[in-house]
Design a protein around this ligand. Sequence first.
Ligand SMILES: [Zn+2]
Length: 327
Amino acid sequence: MGIEVGTAVAQPGTLSRGMLRVGSLADGSPINVPVLMASGRADGPTTWVTGCVHGEEYGGAAAIINVLQGLNTDELRGTVVGVPVANPPSFNFRSRVSSIDGHNLNRIFPGDPGGSYSLQLAAVLGEEIARSANFVLDLHSGGIGAEVPLYAIYKDDGTAPVARAKELAKRLGCDVLWRAQGEAGLGGTFTSEAIRSGIPAVTVECGGGTFLPEHLRDYSYAIRNLLTALEMLPGEAPIQERYTIISDGAFLHNREGGLFVQDSRVGDIVAKDALLGHVINLLGETVDEIRSPYGDAYIAALRLPYYPTHAGEIVGEAIPVESYETV
Ligand SMILES: [Zn+2]
């Protein structure tokens, strides 16, 4: 045992709480990352579950708080480190990027202790997981203005921890896995930083917009399944009959602003040039169409219906199906 993250200290059989100081504001107020730490009575791995690396994706925070508070530490092996909000300056302003320096934290790992604020934050988070984590699960969503289906991402940089991450991704309870690779897929993300430190890491995507009971259910299911797959909780993690492996996708940006209208659904697999959505102006005229650049493409994200959208925002994500696998 002996796990410490900031002021949170693992105590067998209890849920402890604390704060990890990650900087300060101009007025001297500390910037703190809250930490919940559930420790079993029996020894086992230390698994970090993180939310709000993108601060507006608050569903992850809700799920982490709920799951950590609901864990029975008598049946838990090892320690779960729950970090509801990994990026306070982004969370506080309900924004994908930092209110301090405008950076997207999930593109700048490993960070830099002497760099701008988000780079400093990335460096601290990277150090903390390298010091204490055996596994990392990072929770994301479509944010406030978009939605995603439930799927898992593993970052394939070709190293040993990736095989373990993929194995775990298959046990979370979802049948779609995104094999992210290359600069576009790995580039500076929190989970790619974990993999770089030799820690198997998986991302779960779920929901967006209004946080609904089914989002809490799906996130909680995925977190508990990971802990079960790691034998930190008793039972058997689910195995799907077939997995859809997707890879090499693209964010889709609109060229004209207006209200976004969906013409497909997240989770659909569509043909090349299929209409994913269109943009109407406030006179009701269609000013832009968003089509799939690929055939056999999984719709991994879509702007919410009639969400006001400036030109050049992310309105969708299409990722080609690479293969189908069984366990
Ligand atoms: Zn995100």
